[in-house]
Design a protein around this ligand. Structure first.
Ligand SMILES: NC(=O)C1=CN([C@@H]2O[C@H](COP(=O)(O)OP(=O)(O)OC[C@H]3O[C@@H](n4cnc5c(N)ncnc54)[C@H](O)[C@@H]3O)[C@@H](O)[C@H]2O)C=CC1
Ligand SMILES: O=C(CO)COP(=O)(O)O
Length: 332
């Protein structure tokens, strides 16, 4: 049977994954939901997303793109969720567990559901009764902008059902996309959420004037912070140096394309949170995640000085200069 894959979300990463699915040679049907009706009409007419990665040619049938989320979900057996975590509940608000029953749900989101303080896999399992075996996560050091340029990138597909992860990985592989499979769904998700916070820290440091030497110290402390946290939440044997953990941290902390680093850089340069958000037409997940992590870590009590400093700057309005100066005393 030909797999039917639906994309939920119309941003950069959604557009990049649509490109991967289209460039992959195996037979499949692709459906695409986005909330912006004007963007849909534009894509149907001109074959390009007007708002994100507009150089990417969209080669799926016009009728397969719609703002009717229930209709799109009904047609597909693989549902890729790809709206920022802050909007996931609102996006799925009209969808019932019954409508998702029997479908494989793939999260391409690197964030935490606000209020629930749950990673996406946990949220889908608890709120929509999706069996863990039917949940997949797409991660990896991979920016949408480089996918558009067909620069070689690696993705990790995680699921407790590694056979399913392997099958789905084969739908994404192309000349420029290589895929790995992992069974560490919780560690992969939490690491992807945390690296966004450390990319904000990296941007703040750059913004307030620290150089590459300190940045390297910050990031080597950040990977230890990630390891402490994921080991506390889901203690299995894992190599934190794998690309889905360390690689994703490095690309987000250093890349010119990173939304989180760009946002942090603006904060370091003195922008308020509101003005930095307005300046970007894109979402820095780490801003929302650091608040959720602050609450989640009340339970685990993991030592996370960098995450704490970012929380203090973004939510308690502490000075980036002073907070980073205090942080330098805690790193090694
Ligand atoms: N862009 C990238 O390179 C990568 C992004 N991701 C993850 O993909 C997810 C989606 O991010 P991007 O595609 O980068 O987003 P983006 O920053 O490119 O676009 C913003 C998205 O948010 C949506 N949005 C804005 N306001 C909304 C609202 N009120 N209600 C519903 N949707 C709204 C927009 O329609 C658009 O789809 C995030 O969790 C991100 O961490 C993961 C890997 C790579
Ligand atoms: O997850 C990403 C790269 O792997 C994207 O990070 P940004 O959202 O900071 O651009």
């Amino acid at each position: 049977m030909i797999p039917k894959v639906a994309m939920i979300g119309g941003g950069s990463w959604a557009t990049a994954i649509i490109k991967m699915l289209s460039d992959n040679f195996s037979a499949k049907e692709i459906y695409w939901w986005m909330r912006n009706a004007e963007a849909i009409t534009h894509i149907q007419k001109y074959k390009h997303n007007p708002n994100y990665l507009s150089s990417v040619e969209v080669r799926i049938p016009e009728d397969n793109i719609s703002d009717d989320i229930a209709g799109i979900i009904k047609k597909a057996d693989y549902i890729i969720l790809n709206v920022p975590a802050a909007f996931l509940k609102e996006t799925l608000s009209t969808i019932t567990p019954e409508q998702l029953k029997g479908k494989k749900i793939v999260s391409a989101i690197k964030g935490i559901v606000p209020d629930e303080n749950q990673i996406i896999g946990e949220f889908l399992h608890l709120k929509y009764n999706i069996p863990l075996d039917d949940i997949l996560v797409i991660s990896g050091p991979c920016h949408a902008e480089e996918v558009a340029l067909e620069k070689l990138s690696y993705l990790t597909i995680a699921s407790v059902n590694v056979g399913l992860a392997g099958f789905f990985a084969n739908l994404l592989s192309t000349r420029y996309i290589k895929t790995n499979v992992s069974d560490d769904i919780f560690g992969t998700e939490y690491a992807a959420v945390l690296k966004n916070i450390y990319a904000i820290a990296s941007g703040i440091c750059h913004g307030v004037g620290y150089g590459d030497n300190f940045q390297a110290v910050l990031i080597s402390n950040a990977i230890r912070e990630i390891k402490r946290f994921v080991d506390a939440v889901h203690p299995i044997t894992r190599d934190i140096k794998e690309s889905a953990y360390l690689g994703d941290l490095l690309v987000t902390a250093y890349s010119q394309f990173s939304r989180n680093r760009t946002f942090g850089n603006m904060i370091g340069k003195g922008y308020t949170v509101k003005s930095a958000q307005l300046e970007m037409n894109m979402i820095a997940e780490g801003y929302y995640a650091v608040s959720c992590m602050h609450h989640i870590n009340k339970k685990y009590k993991v030592d996370m000085p960098i995450s704490r400093a970012v929380y203090a700057i973004l939510y308690e309005k502490h000075s980036p200069h002073i907070e980073m100066r205090l942080l330098t005393e805690q790193l090694n």
